[in-house]
Design a protein around this ligand. Sequence first.
Ligand SMILES: *Cc1c(COP(=O)(O)O)cnc(C)c1O
Length: 391
Amino acid sequence: MALSGKWRLSSLIPYSRQSVDEDDIKEVLAVLRSDYLTQGPKSGEFEAALANYCGARYAVVFSSGTAALHGAYFAAGIGPGDEIITSPITFAATANAALYLGAKPVFSDIEPETGNIDPELIEKAITSGTKAIVPVDYAGNPAALNRIRELAGKHGLIVIEDACHALGASYKENKIGSLSEMTIFSFHPVKPITTGEGGAVVTNNRSFYEKLLAFRSHGIVKDAAIFKEHSHGNWYYEMQVLGYNYRLTDIQCALGLSQLKKLDTFIQRRQEIALSYNAAFHGNRWFDTPVVTESAQSSWHLYPIRLRDGSSGMKTEIFDKLRTAGLWVQVHYLPVYLHPYYRNILGYREGICPQAERFYERELSIPIYQGMSDADIETVKRTLFDVLGEF
Ligand SMILES: *Cc1c(COP(=O)(O)O)cnc(C)c1O
């Protein structure tokens, strides 16, 4: 199955993958033939479309979801000695971006059924150093955002939502992106839409917006209205903070704009697949199916099953057999604080979040993506039952 060291995706059913069609390709080619490959009109157009889709005032696109997280934490004023409270069941970047700024990620345990941060445990993790709560909409299923906002309000904290899985999801009739002070998206190929690499922060706050723009481009401002010094002439621009080059190219923004038009269709298909799985898996004896938060609509980035006690001890074998059978399953995630860097360099210890550790033992992400055919869906169900039937 290996093809020069890389897996050939066409012979496998992966846990997620992008859909890029001829319209997307046409839009990208048009930019390649134009005057601006970066810092041209496409990034502004993509940002306006994204903000509009989410029902938020501003969007700032970044070169990755990780860069967007870094920007959001910076805009929130997070720095050395500060703490953010987040879920351990996330991609490492959610916590790493706090480390970039000298801040400390504090992990608070999850709800065992959804894999999202448990709002009832957050208060215990708040200290005088806490600046922000960072819920992760795991698998595309919104966290308990109302309760989290309530807590944040009570303690004067900012909510920065890591919605890298959840573009297009909604919570109590509101689109994800309209509910938190800042919301982060990723456009990596496995995420709801793609720009190759890419990300964004969405916000309603003008001050956050201006900080995000500066941070993305070296901390340099070109708008005379916000200069700190007198302009020396029309060439003049000034660097006001230490920023980065975290820009997204116009080539990528054109792809993002084209993809965004198809997002609702993508999610509709993912939802069909989830419903088909839910029906087929109902009452099975090996695993529990995903639970969606009350009053929420998931974007179904992942379909995470949780193996029951009997079979979870066999997970490594089940995993290998599924991959050999052509299902490119994955596990989301090793609790972040159990990575060697967090344990050995930063001193985090096993046992901080028992529910997250248990979730990790049980969880398997089976294939779900908009490009799956009906036959693929049936292949997944059959293969899964065939493999589990041996245990
Ligand atoms: C993908 C992801 C990120 C990072 O996004 P990149 O675009 O890969 O940098 C952060 N948080 C979560 C939850 C993610 O899934």
